[in-house]
Design a protein around this ligand. Structure first.
Ligand code: ADP
Ligand code: MG
Length: 249
């Protein structure tokens, strides 16, 4: 159903609006993301970045507008939603690994339960992915035995194990000690180079400069400005973006 639409955008938000009670948290969001594109979303705290990610994954409903993934409109609920949601991998600030499962089990759980892969297939793939993110040697340990940076790399491997079409990262390095930030960013940069479509909420401007095709600046629930990183960082158009950049750079 999806392959004949291979030319269209992979993620498309059209006129998306969301309210939390009276709070209009997403206002007329239009955003179209191509296959292989890396979009970095920045903006002040409370501007709606996490909510945007969560609506793309339908962890949050929207009141108005449309979201489609690979040409398929996201329904509100039901079986089709579960399938479309598994096209979207998500990595959060807090790694959210299952504490009482081994690293390997954390990665095989989704593929065996949701994707109905055999245990052997899931384990083979999990080990490949754990190697890829540099924690293959930790497969039989438990999350608490790993550093924060290692746990976040496991969380990335776990998301990749579901073969998502797009990966969402919501401040993936914000909870990490400084010396661990780069090991996670390096994995993300390598994913980007391999052609993964990614939406990344981060204040790591070095990552944005190296990996992003586009920077989207949000403020007050709106996309205020979007441009390639070079243009955005050297010549932001809006006062709000300029003001924000002066605080974080
Ligand atoms: P950001 O990630 O940019 O910091 P969020 O998307 O988390 O912003 O939040 C946007 C706004 O929505 C904030 O004002 C926040 O307080 C509010 N908000 C977020 N989640 C909820 C919720 N579940 N219920 C009510 N308000 C929320
Ligand atoms: Mg947030």
């Amino acid at each position: 159903m999806t392959s004949q639409l291979a030319g269209g955008p992979l993620v498309q938000l059209t006129g998306v609006n969301k309210w939390f009670g009276d709070l209009h948290v997403l206002q007329d969001i239009d955003l179209s993301i191509d296959r292989g594109e890396v979009v970095v979303v920045i903006g002040p705290s409370g501007s709606g970045k996490s909510t945007l990610c969560r609506t793309i994954n339908r962890l949050e409903s929207i009141e108005k507008g449309e979201i489609s993934i690979d040409g398929q409109r996201l329904p509100e609920e039901g079986k089709q939603l579960a399938r479309l949601r598994s096209d979207v991998g998500m990595v959060f600030q807090s790694f959210n690994l299952f504490a009482h499962k081994t690293i390997l089990e954390n990665v095989t759980l989704g593929p065996t339960k949701v994707r109905r892969q055999s245990k052997a297939d899931a384990e083979k793939r999990a080990r490949e992915l754990l190697d890829r993110v540099g924690v293959g040697a930790q497969a039989d340990k438990y999350p608490a035995q790993l550093s924060g940076g290692q746990q976040q790399r496991v969380a990335i491997a776990r998301a990749l194990a579901m073969d998502p079409k797009v990966m969402l990262f919501d401040e993936p390095t914000s909870a990490l000690d400084p010396e661990m930030i780069n090991e996670v960013l390096d994995v993300m940069i390598s994913l980007a180079r391999d052609g993964m479509t990614m939406i990344v909420v981060t204040h790591e401007m070095g990552f944005a400069r190296r990996a992003a095709n586009r920077v989207v600046f949000m403020d007050g629930g709106r996309i205020v400005e979007a441009a390639d990183p070079e243009t955005f960082f050297t010549n932001p158009r809006s006062d709000r973006a300029r003001d924000f950049l002066s605080k974080i750079l």
